[in-house]
Ligand binder design. Structure first.
Ligand code: FE2
Ligand code: FE2
Length: 200
């Protein structure tokens, strides 16, 4: 299901740096997202965004939280209003006068679906993590020991199997990784140990 957003400007630049508090964000998350599987996906992507911002981007605490928040809310409207994904959450964040960068990252997490191109690093990493995270999690669920002992080779094997997580587009994964300017192997290696830290 896709909804073209038909715009590239979100929010007001004057709100740069303005974010929800963690409590406000978690309340929104709980109110809007009722499906535990989707909750898990969003928490995983949020954690990966936080780790990347902290480890690779040298951001201050507010900057790191902006990345985490984008991950935490990117699918917030998917559960109850799939036909409005991701228009509804963006409009809500605009009303709350949140940093436009967060909205832009959310708006560009599916360029082929929403028609908004990822521009900055936060946009690109959200797109890349979103694509890969679910497939790696699906792989963990079919392994007897979950994430334990999982390696890049195993994930790449699953990627080559068309029938595995068939709804995850391999072309989109490659596109996302290329846009982020990272090697697929490196991104998988980054995700495995960090995503394993997120438990229900
Ligand atoms: Fe989404
Ligand atoms: Fe997602």
């Amino acid at each position: 299901m896709s909804l073209l957003l038909n715009r590239n400007q979100f929010g007001n630049p004057e709100n740069k740096g303005k974010l929800l508090t963690r409590e406000e964000a978690m309340q929104l998350f709980k109110d809007w997202v009722l499906n535990p599987k989707l909750q898990m996906h969003m928490l995983q992507v949020a954690h990966l965004m936080k780790c990347w911002a902290k480890e690779k981007e040298n951001l201050d605490d507010n900057g790191i939280w902006a990345w985490e928040l984008s991950g935490l809310l990117h699918d917030a409207d998917w559960d109850q209003w799939p036909e409005l994904h991701c228009k509804k959450i963006i409009e809500h964040l605009e009303e709350l006068q949140i940093d436009p960068d967060v909205m832009h990252a959310i708006a560009s997490h599916g360029p082929n679906h929403f028609g908004v191109e990822p521009i900055n690093k936060m946009d690109k990493m959200l797109f890349a993590f979103d694509e890969l995270s679910g497939l790696i999690h699906a792989y963990s669920l079919m392994r007897p020991n979950g994430y334990e002992g999982m390696d890049v080779k195993g994930v790449k094997k699953r990627l080559k199997e068309k029938s595995f997580a068939a709804n995850v587009s391999r072309e989109e994964i490659q596109d996302a990784v290329d846009r982020a300017g990272i090697l697929l192997d490196d991104l998988i290696a980054f995700i495995i140990p960090r995503q394993s830290q997120v438990t229900a």
